[in-house]
Ligand binder design. Structure first.
Ligand code: IPE
Ligand code: IPE
Ligand code: MG
Length: 243
């Protein structure tokens, strides 16, 4: 079979990352689990810098899934503390870099302190023309997002704000909690080859790269390699591309 050598010369515009492997990194280094999550926050800073350098429009990161609520309470408490600390320490730097923050997911279980911090961080970093939109999935699950979007559309139907003919892919994307549609590239670290309920609707035609490194070991250089590999992907979107 002929191997296609066509290149898409574009950079990915919208990138998603499943930042997996913090727990294994902590275990390997004989540290408490939350030290792994802490190290992981530092990696996000480096990847954000590279996104800005490479003119990426949006970076959507999976920080905590709807299923992660079933983790031990002390791990969840540690993650909550880390979120507060990350917002306190990093919003001013992100603001200087013109990065706009957007948290999404089912935010109802995070408590008032975190909700207050999130909404202040979003307001403080609001930009008409940001250098990067940084979307952070917190308590997000792709399936329950689709269920929630369907319920909202049903409410609009019931109140005659729309008719069933109006329902299309754009509307579902609009009613979804996920800030961005049509993700170009998804990277998952940690070696597992699954989506774990991330961006089920938005990743329909994403290139998906699985990287063996654990998230705390992932570097700016590793990220650059993924972006370079993306450029070599032959994105056909179902079409027959004639030679
Ligand atoms: C990903 O790392 C971060 C979260 C899910 C919060 P993990 O904590 O899942 O790391 P592993 O997979 O156990 O190594
Ligand atoms: C996916 O990782 C969620 C995040 C990275 C936030 P998990 O560690 O929760 O996924 P599974 O359990 O390996 O599928
Ligand atoms: Mg994991």
């Amino acid at each position: 079979m002929a191997i296609s050598l066509s290149y898409n010369n574009n950079h990915p515009k919208k990138v998603g990352i499943i930042m997996d492997g913090n727990g294994r990194w902590a275990k390997f280094n004989k540290l408490k689990i939350n030290k792994g999550h802490e190290k992981g926050v530092g990696v996000v800073r480096d990847v954000v810098k590279e996104c800005i350098a490479q003119n990426i429009e949006s970076l959507t990161i999976y920080a905590f899934s709807s299923e992660n609520w079933s983790r031990p309470q002390n791990e969840i408490n540690g993650i909550k503390k880390l979120i507060v600390r990350a917002i306190d320490d990093q919003v001013s730097e992100l603001k200087k870099q013109n990065v706009m923050l957007d948290f999404f997911g089912d935010l109802s279980n995070w408590g008032d302190e975190i909700l207050g911090k999130i909404s202040k961080a979003e307001n403080d970093t609001f930009e008409e023309h940001p250098s990067l939109r940084l979307n952070i999935a917190l308590g997000y699950g792709g399936r329950n997002d689709i269920v929630a979007a369907s319920k909202r559309i049903a409410e609009h139907l019931k109140s005659d704000l729309i008719s069933s003919d109006d329902i299309n892919e754009d509307m579902i994307a609009k009613f979804s909690q996920v800030p961005d549609d049509n993700i170009d590239l998804i990277i998952r670290t940690g070696g597992d080859k699954r989506l774990s309920n991330f961006l089920l609707f938005q990743a329909a035609y994403a290139e998906i790269f699985f990287v063996d490194k654990l998230w705390p070991d992932f570097t700016r250089d590793d990220f650059k390699k993924c972006l370079d590999a993306f450029k070599k992907a032959d994105r056909r979107f179902g079409k027959r591309i004639e030679d």
